[in-house]
Design a protein around this ligand. Structure first.
Ligand code: PEP
Ligand code: MG
Length: 754
């Protein structure tokens, strides 16, 4: 029996790479790859399965079994040993399949003579896109190192399985069977979640055909009536929509102000006075404005074009009398499809019935996406031509997790989506029952769980999660949603609202962290080549000190008589921290001198996001009251890998020795210095990553509200001493990612990772 060791693994990978780089057709390549793997492992047989339509696995290549079985065996995900590997996205081995109750026998394969089995998932984005299996004739326990080597091979194969040549092979197979795959479209997800429903195409505009009017006075009266009616209806809608307080309401208000803009109205009326019909005058006013604004680099003004188009369409609807078309839709499950949309459009529908939005020209910063997110509605954008393709009344399923839209999904797919939605609801309900239970590991270690907030909607989670406090308040979010830079009073009010909602729980305010992908609409950015490492965050606020001073003053006033915790983002060295801290302390002095009430306790900390501070941490810890690790940015700078670039998103993993070692170093130094240390990056929101963090010694995690239940459930099913030991072993590994090992550790130890 041949057992590959690490050096042999490298040889296998080299052989596989050579095959993948060849000019052969994809089926031949797959056959060769399968044969090499099985022979190199000294196995007697094996196969490669590929997932089709998320529901089934099809045998694409094999070695050692009967001949000509490729594309003749199909297994449902979840069925048998292979289906189990795909469903759980987890390796599975058994020394004798015939004794395994899960085993599913396929006489067509000719597997009677085989006993032992090893199946490893080929995964992408956390889901199995294929499975590779090995079998031996004898009873045999595949060793841990064999499993790991096959998992490494599977990782390399995943690129090949997701390649365009492989997709083309899948599509051509499906086409030849009359199962077209064209109904599945990939877009960009702007808001997560699943939804299935009946399509309502949002106001397809009829072109204006009558240009010149015969009676100006009559046209002006028609315009006035439509304009007044539109505004009355908008007022009614806004007033009756219980969206709650916060910035998404500000957005809607800003929109309403726009609708009431007399300047815009006057332009249209002038066009009517010049001889145009009210409809043509409205279009002309839009075109003039569009010409002026569309070339601007100012992202805020460009976003306003969406609102302007929306208001224009709305007024045209009132002028032609067909504005009620979309308002009458009363289906229980709606998917709204549009070219573009304004936030007020959501109010045309009962938003409790909207299961999803498809906005062809959607962007993440457009207001409707922010509002939809706050309402928990999945949104997909950037599917070219979908607006024309889809017809009202069709059934559509939306996968906001992966960014897919399925037009006319099969009944089984619809059911699958409904199951996923129900599963999510059920899981959330189950996890909500943990609310009152302590956040303690099985062996009694307390892990403090804090909340990350930004949107007003997030504030509801304070009560829902029973959190220990707010570990990160991203103050830039209300700044981004505002029409202009908020003044001290506006900021104070906003921060006070949060302090009040948090009651006496701890709140950590982060100073303005703008720049890079977080742009203020009213701020002009100079278009740097590398904005992620450019003039952003603390660099801006230290250079434009008045902004920082005003924000500090607002924090001090909002927390008067209470504890105030302030942290500074993107600090790259001790001097920057000292500068920022001094600004806060000067403002404190000024407030005191004025006789104003000040906070009764002040803690000043910083975020660890720039690798350079880690090398000055000892000195920094002498001057900081607390530190919080921003793993999103820290990882992007550690790996020199843009966090917003989807091409790189799977290349480096925070669950790898270099990153975990730096994380371990930070918490150890902070503990030695007696300084509170938390993690507020996305790592803390992801159960398997949070498991690694607590195994490294972190006891304070700050996460998004929706992650709370899952992370608490992980914490409560973990034995911390065991994980700590395991992490120390794992940190010695040189693998690109330690994720599979951690996942199987969690599975083997009954740790709940949803
Ligand atoms: C981080 O970088 O990890 C972080 C929490 O900050 P943000 O995601 O807001 O940049
Ligand atoms: Mg950051």
């Amino acid at each position: 029996m041949k057992t590959p060791v690490i050096s042999q693994a490298m040889q296998i990978l080299t052989k596989l790479r050579n095959v993948m780089d060849e000019q052969n057709n994809v089926s031949d390549k797959l056959n060769q790859l399968t044969e090499i793997i099985i022979q190199e492992f000294g196995a007697d047989a094996g196969a490669c399965y590929v997932t089709i339509d998320d529901n089934y696995l099809e045998l694409f290549s094999s070695y050692g079994y009967k001949e000509d079985i490729s594309h003749k065996i199909s297994i449902r995900v979840g069925d048998g040993l292979v289906g189990d590997v795909a469903k759980n996205n987890r390796s599975l081995k058994t020394s004798d399949v015939w004794k395994n109750p899960q085993f599913l026998y396929f006489p067509e394969i000719g597997e009677e003579q085989y006993k032992s089995f090893l199946g490893v998932p080929i995964s992408r984005l956390g889901r199995a896109i294929g499975v590779i299996t090995l079998q031996k004739k004898i009873k045999y326990e595949f060793s841990r190192s064999e499993v790991e080597i096959l998992e490494t091979i599977a990782m390399v194969l995943s690129d090949f399985f997701a390649s365009s040549e492989m997709n083309e092979l899948k599509n051509s197979l499906m086409r030849s069977r009359g199962e077209s795959n064209k109904e599945k479209y990939k877009g960009v997800s702007l808001s997560k979640g699943y939804g299935v429903g009946v399509v309502i195409v949002h106001r397809r505009r009829n072109p204006v055909t009558k240009i010149f009017s015969e009676d100006k006075e009559q046209e002006l009266r028609k315009l006035e009536t439509a304009y007044v009616q539109m505004n009355n209806d908008l007022d009614e809608k806004f007033n009756s929509t219980k969206l709650g307080i916060g910035e998404h309401v500000d957005i809607l208000d800003a929109y309403r102000m726009f609708a009431k803009d007399r300047g815009w109205y006057k332009k249209i009326a002038d066009n009517v006075s010049g001889g145009l019909t009210a409809e043509a005058a409205t279009e002309r006013a839009y075109e003039d404005m569009w010409k002026r604004l569309s070339g601007t680099k100012d992202s805020y003004m460009r976003e306003r074009l969406h609102d302007l188009r929306d208001i224009t369409d709305r007024l045209l609807g009132y002028l032609s009398g067909d504005q009620k078309d979309s308002a009458n839709i009363d289906a229980k499950d709606l998917i709204v499809v549009s070219q573009t949309m304004g936030p007020a459009d959501l109010m045309d529908y009962n938003y409790n019935h909207i299961r999803g939005l498809i906005i062809e020209d959607g962007t993440p910063t457009m207001h409707v996406a922010i509002v939809a997110k706050a309402l928990g509605i999945p949104v997909i954008s950037k599917i070219k031509g979908i607006y024309k393709e889809i017809k009202s009344g069709e059934i559509v399923a939306i996968d906001g997790e992966e960014g897919y839209v399925y037009i006319r999904p099969s009944l089984s797919l619809q059911q699958k989506f409904k199951d996923k939605m129900a599963e999510k609801v059920k899981l959330q309900k189950r996890l909500a029952t943990l609310r009152r239970l302590p956040s303690k590991t099985k062996d009694g270690t307390r892990i403090n769980m804090y909340l990350n907030v930004g949107l007003a909607f997030d504030l509801d989670f304070i009560e829902k999660t029973n959190c220990d406090g707010i570990g990160l308040y991203r103050t830039e979010i209300p700044f981004m949603a505002s029409e202009s830079m908020p003044d001290v009073d506006q900021q104070t009010e906003c921060y006070k609202e949060l302090m009040d909602k948090a009651k006496n729980k701890k709140v950590v305010f982060r100073s303005l962290d703008v720049g890079s992908d977080k742009l203020l609409p009213y701020w002009s950015y100079s278009g740097e080549d590398n904005p992620a490492i450019g003039w952003r965050s603390i660099r801006i606020t230290l250079d434009r000190r008045a902004i920082l001073r005003k924000q500090m003053r607002s924090f001090l006033r909002a927390a008067a008589g209470k504890e105030l915790n302030v942290m500074f983002p993107m600090i790259a060295n001790l001097t920057e921290f000292q500068d920022a801290k001094e600004t806060l302390l000067i403002e404190l002095e000024k407030e005191k001198r004025k006789g104003a009430k000040v906070p009764n306790k002040l803690n000043i900390g910083l975020m660890i996001e720039v690798p350079s501070v880690v090398f000055q941490l000892e000195d920094i810890l002498k001057e900081a009251d607390f530190v919080s690790v921003g793993t999103n940015d820290l990882a992007q700078f550690m790996f020199a890998c843009d966090r917003g670039n989807p091409r790189l998103s799977e290349r480096y993993d925070v669950l790898s020795a270099p990153f975990l070692r730096i994380m371990q170093g930070i918490v150890c130094m902070a503990n030695q210095a007696g300084v509170m240390c938390s993690v507020c990056g996305e790592m803390a929101s992801n159960p398997i990553e949070a498991l690694a963090l607590i195994g490294l010694g972190y006891r304070n995690l700050s996460m998004s509200g929706s992650a709370f239940g899952k992370v608490k459930s992980m914490i409560r099913s973990t034995n911390i001493e065991d994980v700590e030991d395991y992490m120390n072993i794992l940190l010695k590994s040189s693998k690109r990612t330690l994720r599979p090992q951690l996942i199987s550790y969690a599975n083997d130890h009954g740790i709940e990772i949803y």
